[in-house]
Write a protein that binds this ligand. Structure first.
Ligand SMILES: Nc1nc2c(c(=O)[nH]1)N[C@H]1C(S)=C(S)[C@@H](COP(=O)(O)OP(=O)(O)OC[C@H]3O[C@@H](n4cnc5c(=O)[nH]c(N)nc54)[C@H](O)[C@@H]3O)O[C@H]1N2
Ligand SMILES: Nc1nc2c(c(=O)[nH]1)N[C@H]1C(S)=C(S)[C@@H](COP(=O)(O)OP(=O)(O)OC[C@H]3O[C@@H](n4cnc5c(=O)[nH]c(N)nc54)[C@H](O)[C@@H]3O)O[C@H]1N2
Ligand code: SF4
Ligand SMILES: [Mo]
Length: 698
C-alpha cells in the first residue's frame, strides 16, 4: 500500500471545515491538515478536527459483525447476520405490520447513506418510521422557519459574519461548539461589529459582548416579544419591507403591544434598559445577523421560540441581504443533509410531504413499487411505542440514544423491550451494547459521498483508506440487507449513482452532480436551473411561500420549574473538547486530558450554601434519575442554575433530563429541568452511573 492524501471534510460539527487526511504505507490514517483556501475554515481546524485520527483508528473500532449470545457478543459472518436480521424483520412485518418496524439514521453519515436509509424504510419496510437526531436538535427550526419563511434552513452563509454590523448570538455557544466559526465571530467583533449575546450562562462570547442578556432559562419568547414591542413602538421596524414582503404585521403588533420590557423583567431577570438597548442595536443597524442554537430549540417552546425570532428578523427587514438573516447553527456534520434527505417521518427528500398522495405517487413511480402510506413515528415515538409493546424492531446507525436521548432509564427500558435491535457503529457505544446484532460501519475516512454543512453547502468526502476489517459503508450494508429481504430497491452500483437518483427527486439538489461539486468547494442549495451555481443567500426577492407570514408567539413556561425538593434548575451544554456521546472525541488522549469525565457547573453562592468545594464529588438527582460527578464552582452560571454537559457516559446528564415535549415537533425539553445537588463525603470518588443503585442500569 502507498501513503495517500485526500481532500475531505471534518466529520464532527456542522461548520464543515475543509481538511486533508493522510494515510501511511500500512493503510492507516495518520494525519490531518487544514485546507488553506477553504471558503469556510480558511486554513483553520479546531481541536476536534485536528484529533480526527483517533476517532477512526482501527484499534477503537468494531471490525466484524457481532451477535449477542446472552450477555456476550460473538463474531459472525455478514451472510449470517443479514440472513438473521432479514428473517426477523420479515416475521415482525408479517405478524404486526410495517408500523412495528423502523429506522434511525445518522446525521454523522453521508447524504447517500441517509437517502438509502429513508428509501429502505419507505420502499422496503414500507413504513414512514424513520427519524434521526435532528428531532432533538433543530426540528423546531425546520417547523418554525417553514411556517414564517417557507424554508427551514440557515438563510445566509458563514462568511456573512464579516459583513454584519450587529451579530446577535442567542442560545448558542459557538466558540465551544462551532469553534472555527466562533473564532470568526471574535474576528468580526474585533473589526468593529457590535455583539449581542443572549444566554443564561456567561459564555466566552458573552464575556466579549457589547450586551449580554443573561436571561432565565426558558424565557426566550418573552424577551423577543419585548424586543419586538420596543422596535414597533419606536417605529424602528422596516415599514417598506413589512408592506412589500410580509403579512400579519397588524396582529403581531397588537400581540406585543403590552409586552413592555418592564412587564417581562421579573420573568426574564433582565434589566429593561438592556432589552431596549439590544432592540435598538439590532433594529437600527443596516445589517444585523442572528445566529442561534440549542438554547432556542431544546424547549417545549422550541417551535414558538423559532417563530418569535423569525418575526423579529423579518419585521426589521434583516433578511435576504448579505450580513443579515436568521441562521440556525446546525450541529452535526451532516444534520442538514439528513433532514434534506427526508430522514424524518413526515417528509421525503427535499421536504416533500409524506402524507401527500401526489408525493407518494411520485416516489412510487420513480422507485417502481409501493411506498409507505401511513404516518410515521418520531424517534421518541418509537421509544414510547416500544414500551407499549407496539413497536418491535429497530435498525439504528450512527447514534447513541442511550446517552444522548432524554431520560436514559426510559430509553434503555424501551430498547431492551424490542424483539430486534440492530446497531451499525464505528465503536461499541452504550446503545450498541444493548443490540441483538452489531454491524461494523465504515467511517468517513473509508468512504466517498457528500455532507451538507450548516450553510447548506454540499461537499464531497473521499476515502483515504479501505474500510477497517469487514466494515461496510452504511448504504452498502442497507443494500445488502434489502437484498436479503428480496428487494432490489437499493441496487446502486456505486455511491455516485445514489447521489444522482437523489438529485433527480430532490428539487433543491437538482442542479448538483459530483463533477460540479468537486470543481470548487461544493455548492449551496437550492442549486437548480434558476441557480446553477447554488445560492449563498436565501429569500433575496421573495419567500418560497410568497410573503413571510408573521405569527404572534405566545410565551410557554418550562414544564418542570424548581420546587422545595428540586431547588436548582439544570440546563445542559457542550464542551469544546468533547462531542456528542463522546464515542469519537473521547478516543483522543489529547481531548480526554482536558476535562474530567463528568462535570457540574455551579455558582459559588449555591456551592457555598451546599458546602460544595471546587472539584468535590457531588450527587445530582432529578425526578427521573441520579448521577455523581464533580463540581466546577464558577460565576459562569447564575445562582439557582446548574449546568452539565451530556458527553460523559459515566455521568450522563440524560439520566436527569425531562421528556416533556414541544407539541409541534416532539422536541424534548433538554435545556431545563429541576434537580437537587448534594455534596458527597470528602474522599468519595464519583461512581459511574452503572454502579449506582436506582441510578438506572439496575
Ligand atoms: N464541542 C462540541 N461541538 C459540537 C457538539 C458537541 O457535542 N461538542 N455538538 C454539535 C451539535 S449536535 C449541535 S446541535 C451544536 C449545538 O451547539 P449550541 O447550540 O451552541 O449548543 P449548547 O451548548 O447545547 O447550547 C447553547 C447555549 O444555550 C444556552 N441556553 C440554555 N438555556 C437557554 C435559554 O433559555 N435561552 C438562551 N438564549 N440560551 C439558553 C446554553 O447556556 C448554551 O450556552 O453543537 C455542535 N458542535
Ligand atoms: N442533555 C442533552 N442531551 C442532548 C443534547 C443536549 O444539548 N443536551 N443535544 C442533542 C443533540 S443536538 C444531538 S444532535 C444529539 C446527538 O446525539 P447522537 O447522534 O447520539 O450523538 P453522536 O455522538 O453524534 O453519535 C453519533 C454516533 O455515530 C457514530 N458514527 C460516526 N460516523 C458514522 C458513520 O459514518 N456511520 C455510522 N454507522 N456511525 C457513525 C459515532 O461513532 C457515534 O457513536 O444529542 C442530543 N442530546
Ligand atoms: S469547527 Fe467543527 S467542522 Fe471545523 S474542525 Fe472543529 S469540529 Fe471540525
Ligand atoms: Mo445537534
Amino acid at each position: 500500500m502507498h501513503s495517500k492524501v485526500v481532500k475531505t471534510v471534518c466529520p464532527f460539527c456542522g461548520v464543515g471545515c475543509g481538511m486533508y487526511l493522510s494515510s501511511d504505507a500500512k493503510g492507516e490514517v495518520c494525519g490531518v491538515a487544514p485546507q488553506l483556501d477553504h471558503p469556510i475554515s480558511r486554513g483553520k481546524l479546531c481541536d476536534k478536527g485536528w484529533s480526527t485520527v483517533y476517532a477512526v483508528s482501527p484499534e477503537n473500532r468494531i471490525t466484524q459483525p457481532l451477535k449477542r449470545e446472552r450477555d456476550k457478543f460473538i463474531p459472525i459472518s455478514w451472510d449470517e447476520v443479514l440472513c438473521s436480521i432479514s428473517a426477523s424483520l420479515l416475521d415482525t412485518i408479517e405478524q404486526y405490520g410495517p408500523q412495528a418496524v423502523g429506522v434511525i439514521s445518522s446525521a454523522r453519515a453521508t447524504n447517500e447513506d441517509n437517502y438509502a436509509a429513508q428509501k429502505f424504510a419507505r420502499a422496503v419496510l414500507k413504513t414512514n418510521n424513520v427519524d434521526h437526531c435532528a428531532r432533538i436538535c433543530h426540528s423546531p427550526t425546520v417547523a418554525g422557519l417553514k411556517q414564517v419563511l417557507g424554508s427551514g434552513a440557515m438563510t445566509n452563509s458563514t462568511e456573512d459574519v464579516f459583513k454584519a454590523g450587529v451579530i446577535m448570538v442567542i442560545g448558542a455557544d459557538p466558540t465551544e461548539n462551532h469553534s472555527v466559526l466562533g473564532g470568526q465571530i471574535i474576528q468580526a467583533k474585533q473589526a468593529g461589529a457590535t455583539l449581542i449575546v443572549v444566554d443564561p450562562r456567561v459564555t466566552r462570547l458573552a464575556k466579549l459582548a457589547d450586551i449580554h442578556l443573561q436571561l432565565q432559562p426558558g424565557t426566550n419568547t418573552a424577551l423577543i416579544n419585548a424586543m419586538l414591542h420596543v422596535i414597533i413602538a419606536n417605529r424602528w421596524h422596516d415599514q417598506a419591507f413589512v408592506e412589500q414582503r410580509c403579512e400579519g404585521f397588524e396582529a403581531l403588533a397588537k400581540h406585543v403591544e403590552k409586552v413592555t420590557p418592564e412587564s417581562v423583567e421579573a420573568l426574564t431577570g433582565l434589566d429593561p434598559q438592556l432589552i431596549r438597548q439590544a432592540a435598538e442595536y439590532y433594529s437600527q443597524s443596516e445589517r444585523s445577523m442572528i445566529m442561534y442554537g440549542m438554547g432556542i430549540t431544546q424547549f417545549m417552546a422550541g417551535t414558538t421560540n423559532v417563530i418569535a425570532l423569525a418575526d423579529l428578523v423579518t419585521v426589521c427587514g434583516h433578511i435576504g441581504k448579505p450580513g443579515t438573516g436568521i441562521n440556525p447553527l446546525r450541529g452535526q456534520n451532516n444534520v442538514q443533509g439528513a433532514c434534506d434527505m427526508g430522514c424524518l417521518p413526515n417528509v421525503y427528500p427535499g421536504y416533500q410531504l409524506a402524507d401527500d398522495p401526489n408525493v407518494q405517487a411520485k416516489f412510487a413511480a420513480a422507485w417502481g413499487g409501493e411506498v409507505a402510506s401511513t404516518p410515521g413515528l418520531t424517534s421518541m415515538g418509537m421509544t414510547k411505542a416500544a414500551l407499549a409493546g407496539k413497536f418491535k424492531s429497530l435498525i439504528l446507525f450512527g447514534e447513541d440514544p442511550v446517552v444522548t436521548d432524554p431520560d436514559q432509564n426510559h430509553v434503555r427500558e424501551a430498547y431492551q423491550a424490542l424483539d430486534l435491535l440492530v446497531v451499525a457503529e464505528l465503536t461499541m457505544t452504550e446503545t450498541a451494547k444493548l443490540a441483538d446484532f452489531v454491524l461494523p460501519a465504515a467511517s468517513f475516512a473509508e468512504k466517498n459521498g457528500t455532507f451538507t454543512n450548516c450553510e447548506r453547502r454540499v461537499q464531497c468526502i473521499h476515502p483515504v483508506i479501505t474500510p477497517v476489517g469487514e466494515a461496510k459503508g452504511d448504504w452498502q450494508w442497507l443494500q445488502a440487507l434489502a437484498k436479503a429481504m428480496g428487494s432490489d430497491q437499493l441496487d446502486w452500483p456505486e455511491t455516485e449513482a445514489v447521489f444522482d437518483e437523489m438529485t433527480s427527486l430532490t428539487p433543491p439538489y437538482q442542479g448538483m452532480n459530483y463533477p460540479k461539486l468537486e470543481h470548487d468547494y461544493g455548492l449551496q442549495w437550492p442549486c437548480n436551473d434558476d441557480a446553477p451555481q447554488g445560492t449563498t443567500i436565501l429569500h433575496q426577492q421573495q419567500f418560497p411561500i410568497g410573503k413571510a407570514r408573521l405569527i404572534p408567539a405566545h410565551y410557554v413556561p418550562i414544564d418542570e420549574p424548581t420546587d422545595e425538593d428540586y431547588p436548582l434548575l439544570l440546563t445542559t451544554n457542550r464542551l469544546h473538547f468533547h462531542y456528542g456521546c463522546g464515542s469519537m472525541s473521547r478516543k483522543s488522549p489529547l481531548l480526554e486530558r482536558e476535562t474530567p469525565p463528568g462535570i457540574l457547573f455551579i455558582n459559588p453562592r449555591d456551592a457555598g450554601r451546599l458546602a460544595i468545594k471546587p472539584f468535590a464529588a457531588v450527587g445530582v438527582r432529578s425526578r427521573r434519575g441520579y448521577v455523581e460527578t464533580r463540581a466546577m464552582v464558577t460565576e459562569d452560571v447564575p445562582p439557582g442554575v446548574v449546568s452539565m454537559p451530556y458527553h460523559f457516559k459515566e455521568a450522563p446528564s440524560n439520566q436527569l433530563t425531562n421528556t416533556a415535549q414541544d407539541p409541534v415537533t416532539k422536541m424534548p425539553e433538554l435545556k431545563a429541568c429541576a434537580v437537587s445537588v448534594a455534596a458527597l463525603p470528602a474522599n468519595h470518588e464519583p461512581s459511574p452511573v452503572w454502579q449506582l443503585k436506582g441510578g438506572g442500569y439496575a
